[in-house]
Design a protein around this ligand. Structure first.
Ligand SMILES: Nc1ncnc2c1ncn2[C@@H]1O[C@H](COP(=O)(O)OS(=O)(=O)O)[C@@H](OP(=O)(O)O)[C@H]1O
Ligand SMILES: Nc1ncnc2c1ncn2[C@@H]1O[C@H](COP(=O)(O)OP(=O)(O)O)[C@@H](O)[C@H]1O
Length: 196
């Protein structure tokens, strides 16, 4: 479809922008079940990075699904397209020199591999927010699990749709056993090193 387009080379490069910002840019990708703590952790990590003068931007699941991806459902092929578009947006943000945080269920290994392919492996940090289904259901932040158990929601990840856990994530956070602040510090320690 795009075979007749030609990429232009711009004089201001990603490297120029990173130098001006004073840090490199990365994509921090939070994956996990609904209610696992992705948004909570991404939010707090972004706040700490922002306080350190780092340019950040968070791609929020609800905004994306109510905006650019409002045509997509939770069927497997639509989730794949959801993640592909978010990866392309993330790639632009990273190219702009911004540390980008994205918190999406992103349940399929192949889709997360595709993000890595789109943004480039060195720019992609996979953060697995590993919270048991039992704990997510206990939290039931949005009441979705109750609805899924009652059969009112189809394709609910963990109940009636799969979640393929990362095999070798860059960071794994087990929120069943670790408090929020400790998790934020664990993530920051890894990220700050990589931003230098
Ligand atoms: N069927 C089903 N399965 C999973 N999640 C559901 C579903 N229906 C609605 N929701 C709500 O949508 C949020 C997940 O959207 P994502 O774009 O992150 O999903 S995906 O990556 O395309 O799988 C997810 O947000 P979080 O709770 O923040 O993860 C839910 O609130
Ligand atoms: N250790 C923890 N880490 C992250 N969130 C936790 C933890 N313990 C309890 N929570 C709570 O779990 C909920 C997670 O919700 P949210 O961040 O919206 O998850 P997600 O974005 O994965 O759907 C929040 O209400 C948060 O306060």
């Amino acid at each position: 479809m795009s075979s007749n387009t030609v990429r232009h080379d711009y004089k201001v490069t990603k490297e120029n922008r990173q130098k001006q910002m004073g840090h490199r840019s990365l994509l921090l990708w939070f994956t996990g079940l609904s209610g696992s703590g992705k948004s909570t952790l991404a939010n707090l990590v972004e706040l700490e990075l922002h306080k350190k003068g780092i340019a950040t931007y968070s791609l929020d699941g609800d905004n994306i699904r109510q905006g650019i991806n409002k045509d997509l459902s939770f069927a497997p092929e639509d989730r794949t397209e959801n993640i592909r578009r978010i990866a392309e947006i993330s790639n632009l943000m990273v190219d702009a020199g911004v540390v980008t945080l994205a918190a999406f269920v992103s349940p399929y290994i192949a889709d997360r591999e595709n993000i890595k392919h789109i943004v480039g492996a060195p720019n992609f940090i996979e953060i697995y927010v590993n919270t048991s289904l039992e704990e997510c259901e206990r939290r039931d932040v949005k009441g979705l699990y109750r609805k899924a158990r009652a059969g009112e929601i189809k394709n609910m990840t963990g109940i009636s749709a799969p979640y393929e856990a990362p095999i070798n994530p860059d960071i794994e956070i087990k929120t069943d056993h670790q408090d929020i602040n400790t998790s934020v510090q664990t993530i920051l320690e890894v990220i700050i090193q990589k931003l230098k």
